[in-house]
Design a protein around this ligand. Structure first.
Ligand code: PXP
Length: 260
């Protein structure tokens, strides 16, 4: 299993002050040292975290293969055709969303996606589509010329959270919270089955299969057990954990300076 580390939220932290600290490029070096296989960045239309210059710098560093998530927005596609990362992952994008909420509608956008896939392939860039675990979207992904699909694990992760922790929940999760526990368990079971079936179908069609969104240190096991999935892209939980695994050292270093 390969691990792509999504470092968007290093840039989210940087944007809080608009100075180049923390620098996402430094996170690329750390990810490489720590054994990650790939860096994943999302260039959003509103540039709320990663900027065009980040994409260029990470690409130029060539430390790890670069997977850029993006919408089908023409300006972003043109920019990425120029940068030519190792892979692009097309995702749906909605300006008001906190994070990518659902999978790409490949069926509804098939012409445009086929055109984009063709253009990237000519540049030697691999094309992946971030989709929900639905068989019709998988078939459409093959038809438009994608080489890979990334299965959206967000619904699975939300259900896992609801059944196993008391952490604050997302809006969608709160709606499902009205359901009795048995119904939640059934939905959780169904979400794993859908991912398994989707992964099998995609591999059978000759697509490589990745998965991502909402994966964390507690919910990985059922996903790792799906043999067709060869790559996971994980961001928020890694960056969130790094705050607490690094906070003590950071405070000690400042205490040292202040008390000296
Ligand atoms: N994969 C895709 C396609 C995504 O859009 C995201 C979020 O940017 C991730 C993986 C990582 O999700 P998370 O930050 O929840 O681990």
């Amino acid at each position: 299993m390969l691990l792509g580390v999504n470092i968007d939220h290093i840039a989210t932290l940087r944007e809080a002050r608009k100075i180049n600290d923390p620098d996402p490029l430094e996170a690329v070096f750390i990810a490489k040292r720590a054994g990650a296989d790939q860096i994943t960045l999302h260039l959003r239309e509103d540039r709320r975290h990663m900027h065009d210059s980040d994409i260029k710098r990470v690409r130029e560093s060539s430390f790890l293969p670069l997977n850029v998530e993006c919408s089908i927005n023409p300006q972003i596609i043109d920019f990425l055709l120029e940068v030519a990362p190792h892979r692009i992952t097309l995702v749906p994008e909605n300006r008001a969303e906190v994070t990518t909420e659902g999978g790409l509608d490949v069926i509804g956008n098939s012409e445009r996606i086929a055109e984009i896939a063709q253009a990237f392939k000519q540049k030697g860039v691999e094309v992946s589509l971030f989709i929900d675990a639905q068989l019709d979207q998988i078939c459409a992904s093959k038809e438009v010329g994608a080489q890979m699909v990334e299965l959206h694990t967000g619904a699975y992760a939300n259900l896992h959270l609801m059944l196993n922790t008391n952490l604050p929940l997302t809006h969608n999760a709160i709606e499902s919270l009205q359901l009795p526990r048995e119904a939640l368990k059934a939905q959780f079971h169904d979400s794993i089955e859908s991912l398994k079936n989707a992964a099998k179908e995609a591999k059978w069609l000759g697509l490589e299969v990745a998965a991502g969104h909402g994966l964390n240190y507690h919910n990985l096991a059922p996903i790792l057990a799906i043999p067709e999935i060869v790559e996971l892209n994980i961001g928020q939980s890694i960056i969130a954990r790094s705050v607490f695994s690094g906070l003590e050292t950071a405070i000690k270093e400042m205490v040292e300076l202040v008390k000296r």
